[in-house]
Design a protein around this ligand. Structure first.
Ligand code: MOS
Length: 746
């Protein structure tokens, strides 16, 4: 065992499926709907019940509490009762001695349906009034009166596809029976308190009878923000009926088929500019394909509306978004949470009007970037704005003008290989748009040997939040980081947690950690004053100073002294982001603590005979505030960028009559290391952020949106081959789609 290599990279981290299996544990198989929409007729489990190894089979009627997964809107049954609304809706659960026996019994279940008409297209759903919730409209200025003053106006349609999360660890849970009917749940969730509360509701329990413990996830990306709950509930129901431990881990194909993904959107836009290229007006209607149940769709829709203007100031805006109910698996959170869908559309509109007006898109972008004092369509005024600075810096760092010249020279000489470049600025709001969710708790325990355990509501999912929490505790306690351990996320230690999402995990939980550490430091200082006399006490690198003079008192002794003097060495704290609010009636407010800015330049080469392409290079200038951890933040920038490029290029969800046919990694292509571009990422200097812990900024989601630049770089290259044809603003821009553009194929 090499101590220099962290356990995680030695493959020693424990995920749900790695927890040593308790004896007597049961395995689970979930029987799901294989039609898109219909009434359940003749569900027959009689033969399955008698199958070897089966201990219990349950259907909707066996649910002791409420058969309901929905949180924002109560519209999703855990187990379908009379009707199914999508392929993959769970109907029956089998608990058996082995996984094979559970699967075999599942095969023996029979069902008939009365099939009902289905909708897959969000525009059709909107026309039929099939909405999850009412549409929402944000307005600024007056678009209607301004169109006449525009020099150029274009209108068009933009389509963006969904995206599968492909977290390395599939969804799953292990439930353990505890004394007195209580249940301990290990769950691969970003949202332990929601698992706790929803499972309690389903079992008809109080929340205090359910304990959820999360050590780490093998990736979440939003896919486990709301959609981990069903599997935990199914395991807990097994415990309820059998009093035995129960495990369910979805296999990859099941996970891809029956869990939610990024929302596809179809959008109509209209944009107008003046002679100089200033954007005067922008309007759009966004049709969100929400799937068959609400899940987080309304919140995702909101974040789309908050990001319709990306990093630009547009004085006149009217945008409306419709959450459209269809018969696909309920779509859910995915890195960016609706913002990428919004930001893609404004970039399409800019690209379109650049082609129409002859003003290069880079000029249009640059001219309209946000500056301090500009207003977003939702009323917030931007400050500490780094849009222009990051844009200018990426142009300089990438030598954009030179790249452009080289590209033009290359394209003039090369017949079939064409190069393309794009610039992608970003602006992303940090905070949950539901204000009340911007809270987090921390519990800091100092043991009497001087070692420290920190618990927070943050879930480690590979994004490095535990390392950041540790850094924060190290700074505020001013002790060796080796003394500090960051504990699992546990609903008995830190309660009522918000999900680890919205790029806010380190911001919220880090600040709560700061507060809790400072409480302990305060008590220790008082104690030191009692022992050392009056004066200003400071603790630096484990040593106590009195009025700036080093004393003999060091951390371990100080803690022992505190213990023997019966000083409280545990501290709990809550952080609630100050100063944010939103008025849902007026659709105005200050929903975000701050914004993250940045810009990327992306270079591509398209093989115009084949439609294939390479994403050659990405230059990124990112605003990470004062980074809490350079390597972690760099990893988030690189990973986010590549995931965003995947969404825009290779990753295509293909459905046939509502059935997902790209349901395996053999048919759903995600970017790999060979496809990823060479990435040159730097962080913006002098970008300290007064609105988050230690001047840092949230990092999880914003870099995803740099990937949108890949789409426009590919468009640039393809149009170097031919530009006599209208561009179809549809993503992902797969090689097939490029080929169809380049040649007159049908
Ligand atoms: Mo994230 S998409 O806010 O879990």
């Amino acid at each position: 065992m090499n101590e220099l290599i962290p356990p995680h990279t030695r493959g020693e981290s424990v995920f749900v499926d790695d927890i040593p299996e308790p004896k007597n544990m049961l395995h689970t198989a979930v029987f799901v709907s294989d039609i898109v929409h219909g009434k359940i007729k003749n569900l027959d489990i009689r033969i399955a019940v008698k199958s070897e190894g089966v201990v219990k089979i349950i259907t909707a009627k066996d649910i002791p509490g409420e058969n309901q997964l929905g949180r924002i809107i109560q519209d999703e049954e855990l187990l379908a009762e009379e009707k199914v609304d999508f392929i993959g809706h769970p109907i029956v659960v089998v608990y058996a001695e082995t996984k094979e026996q559970a699967n075999r019994a599942k095969e023996l279940i029979t069902i008939d349906y009365e099939e009902l008409p289905a909708i897959f297209d969000p525009r059709v759903a909107a026309k039929k009034g099939s909405l999850i919730a009412p549409s929402r409209t944000f307005t600024l200025g007056d678009v209607d009166s301004i169109w006449d003053s525009c020099e150029t106006i274009v209108e068009g349609r933009a389509e963006s596809g969904g995206q599968e999360h492909i977290y390395m660890e599939p969804q799953g849970s292990l439930a353990i029976p505890r004394e007195d009917g209580r249940v301990l749940l290990y769950s691969s969730t970003q949202n332990p308190s929601t698992v706790q509360s929803t499972v309690a509701k389903i079992l008809g329990f109080d929340m205090n009878k359910i304990e959820v413990d999360v050590t780490r996830l093998g990736g979440g990306f939003g896919g486990k923000e709301d959609q981990a709950t069903a599997w935990a509930a199914i395991c807990a129901l097994g415990v309820y009926y059998t009093s035995r431990p129960v495990k369910l881990i979805l296999d990859r194909q099941e996970d891809i088929t029956i869990t939610g993904k990024r929302h596809p959107y179809s959008t109509d836009y209209k944009i107008g500019i003046d002679k100089e290229g200033k954007i005067l007006a922008f309007s759009a209607d966004y049709y969100q394909n929400s799937g068959a149940a609400a899940d987080l769709s309304t919140a995702v829709l909101g974040r789309t509306l908050f990001h319709v203007t990306n990093a630009y100031f547009i004085p006149n805006v009217r945008v409306t978004a419709y959450p459209c109910r269809t018969n696909l698996v309920p779509f859910t959170a995915f890195r960016g949470f609706g913002a990428p869908q919004g930001m893609y559309v404004i970039e399409c509109a800019l690209s379109h009007i650049a082609d129409e007006s002859g003003i290069p898109i880079s000029i249009l972008q640059e001219k309209n970037l946000l500056e301090d004092g500009d207003q977003f369509p939702y009323g917030m005024i931007t400050k500490n704005t780094h849009a222009k600075r990051s844009f200018a810096k990426v142009i300089q760092d990438s030598q954009y003008e030179l790249l452009k010249k080289e590209k033009e020279e290359f394209n003039a000489k090369s017949k079939f290989l064409k190069k393309g470049i794009s610039i992608m600025p970003i602006c992303f709001g940090i905070s949950f748009t539901s204000t009340f969710m911007n809270q987090a708790g921390a519990l800091v325990n100092v043991y009497y040997d001087g070692s420290v355990n920190v618990s927070t509501g943050a879930v480690e999912m590979g994004q490095g939040v535990n390392m950041k929490i540790k850094t924060i505790a190290t700074r505020f306690l001013s002790i060796d980081s080796k003394r500090i351990r960051v504990e699992s996320t546990n609903t008995s230690r830190v309660i009522n947690t918000s999900p680890t999402s919205a790029s806010s995990g380190a911001d919220l939980n880090g600040k709560a950690t700061e507060f809790a550490c400072l409480k302990i430091i305060e008590r220790l200082k008082n104690l030191a004053n009692e022992k050392l006399g009056e004066g200003i006490i400071t603790i630096e690198n484990e040593v106590v100073y009195l009025d700036g003079v080093k004393t003999e008192l060091v951390w371990e002794e100080l803690i022992w002294l505190a213990y023997t003097n019966r000083v409280n060495l545990a501290a709990q704290a809550l952080y609630a982001t100050p100063g944010i609010y939103f008025d849902n009636e007026k659709e105005k407010g200050k929903p975000f603590a701050y914004h993250v800015f940045g810009a990327a330049v992306i270079e591509v080469t398209v093989d115009c005979l084949r439609g294939t392409y390479t994403i050659d290079k990405a230059h990124v200038v990112h605003d990470a505030g004062r980074s809490l951890n350079y390597l972690i933040d760099l990893g988030q920038v690189e990973g986010g960028l590549v995931q965003g490029i995947g969404w825009m290029t290779l990753e295509e969800l293909q459905y046939v009559d509502g059935k997902l046919i790209t349901d395996a990694l053999a048919t759903y292509k995600v970017p790999d290391v060979h496809f990823a571009p060479e990435i040159k990422a730097t962080f913006l200097e002098d970008a300290d952020n007064p609105y988050a812990v230690l001047e840092s900024k949230g990092i999880g989601e914003p870099p995803f949106m740099y990937g949108i630049g890949a789409y426009f770089a590919l468009k640039d290259a393809a149009q170097a081959f031919r530009n006599d044809k209208e561009w179809d603003y549809t993503a992902p821009l797969t090689p097939e789609r490029i080929l169809l553009y380049l040649h007159n194929l049908e």
